[in-house]
Design a binder for this molecule. Structure first.
Ligand code: FES
Ligand SMILES: [Fe+2]
Length: 423
């Protein structure tokens, strides 16, 4: 039985005409190709991780050692680049430049002219010194800490200290790869492809501003692939075991899950789930059920929404920054509104959130450790794994579309499916 059937409806095909107007900070140069700005050796390493570069005799030896229970060199790592990625919280970005890694590219994030965020490859064009070790000047330039070359937000050198003739002597043609940026919902987003024009807006976080509204934020660096982090965030069956006593784990209930494609991703709606979350648990005979949705949006957004009609709504949006194949940063933005005072909900979310996050981070790290020790991943799925294989399919298709046609990635989608399970 095929677990997931895929289709590509015309409704999801994007046209160039539908692209937003130039509302982003644009690089002044056109695209310099897919891999511009990326270290070629790092790129090759990533390719090797995905495709398994080991010679056949090494693979055979490893397979023999592990009794054939491994896929040598195979990891579900996909880095689609023509998408927005979160690189920092707005509040993290002060006067000092910030070093981040996006899909193996070292980047520097700073506030340029008029406080607008800017993202450049973290390498001075003079002598390769990391620009993140420099400082931001009073007029919003990024000054290298080695010899003081200074760059604007577009990556152009605007000052070389000691050079006679001032700006006229500076070669304006030279340029550090820069990424378009948008600051939205308290997050600095960078376009994944350097020196390129964005094709869409970043993902918009939900507005929650009713009675008892509040927000809790967690940040965690995970030893995990982007795929595994996304799946973990949206995987219901593990909650009864890994998080026993927090989410579920009592008498199992029949829950219906309906998966359907949405623009740029997948949504699963759960029906029949009894209301309960830690101490906020209703009596078993109350008959009230959650409205519960799990969603994935390309390239790195997981979203969990719980609601009890007219009483409570909580949306946990997890925005991921894939730093490298096995290292992923996640911000958990938990927004809620309820009839309870916001301070009570905030305290419960903080307390349980920290515990849940610790358990998830530990599980992901152990998964990664195991797949790497065995030299590759292997997945066996059932129909309960409604999202993981589909997420991987969408991620890989998004990356492949960029590699194949050199144009805009046309997202794949998943076919609607309903299952009933116990949790
Ligand atoms: S290395 Fe940056 S100014 Fe020399
Ligand atoms: Fe979890």
């Amino acid at each position: 039985m095929r677990l997931v059937d895929y289709q590509r409806p015309s409704a999801l095909r994007r046209s160039r005409a539908a692209r937003p107007a130039r509302t982003f900070r644009q690089s002044r140069r056109g695209s310099r190709g897919r891999q511009a700005g990326a270290d070629p050796f790092q790129q090759r390493d990533v390719q090797n991780l995905r495709t398994g570069p080991r010679p056949a005799f090494v693979r055979a030896a490893l397979a023999d050692r592990h009794h054939g229970l491994m896929d040598a060199g195979s990891y579900s790592v996909a880095f689609p680049r023509r998408w927005w990625y979160p690189v920092a919280r707005s509040s993290e970005l002060g006067r000092r430049p910030l070093a981040v890694t996006l899909m193996d590219s070292p980047l520097v994030v700073f506030r340029g002219a008029r406080g607008a965020p800017a993202v450049l490859l973290d390498r001075c064009e003079h002598r390769n010194y990391p620009l993140s070790l420099g400082r931001v000047t009073g007029d919003g330039g990024l000054e290298c800490g080695y010899h003081g070359w200074t760059y604007d937000g577009g990556g152009h050198c605007v000052r070389v200290p000691g050079l006679r003739g001032g700006r006229r002597q500076v070669d304006r043609g030279r340029h550090i790869p820069s990424h378009a940026t948008v600051e939205q919902d308290g997050i600095v987003w960078a376009w994944g492809e350097p020196d390129a024009e964005p094709m869409r807006r970043p993902f918009a976080l939900p507005a929650v501003d009713g009675r008892g509204a509040g927000e809790v934020l967690f940040r965690r660096d995970l030893d995990s692939t982007l795929r595994a982090s996304l799946e973990n965030a949206l995987d219901v069956p593990h909650t009864a075991f890994l998080h026993r006593g927090i989410f579920r784990g009592g008498l199992p209930h029949a829950i219906t899950a309906v998966r359907r494609p949405v623009d740029g991703g997948i949504e699963v709606r759960y029906l029949g789930e009894p209301v309960g979350l830690g101490p906020l648990r209703l009596p078993g005979d109350s008959g009230r059920t959650f409205d519960h949705w799990d969603r994935f949006f390309l390239p790195s957004i997981a979203q969990i929404e719980y609601a009890v009609d007219g009483w409570f709504r909580l949306v946990n949006t997890i925005v991921h920054l894939p730093m490298s194949p096995f290292r992923t940063r996640a911000w958990f933005v938990v927004r809620f509104e309820s009839r309870l005072p916001a301070s009570v909900v905030r305290a419960v979310v903080r307390q349980h959130g920290r515990r849940i996050l610790r358990q998830d981070a530990d599980a992901l790290a152990r998964q990664t450790e195991r797949t790497r020790s065995l030299g590759g991943e292997r997945y066996a799925s059932t129909e309960l794994d409604l999202l993981g294989p589909a997420i991987w399919h969408l991620l890989r298709r998004a990356e492949r579309a960029e590699q194949l046609d050199g144009g805009e990635a046309t997202p794949a989608t998943v076919r609607e499916r309903t299952i009933v399970f116990e949790a």
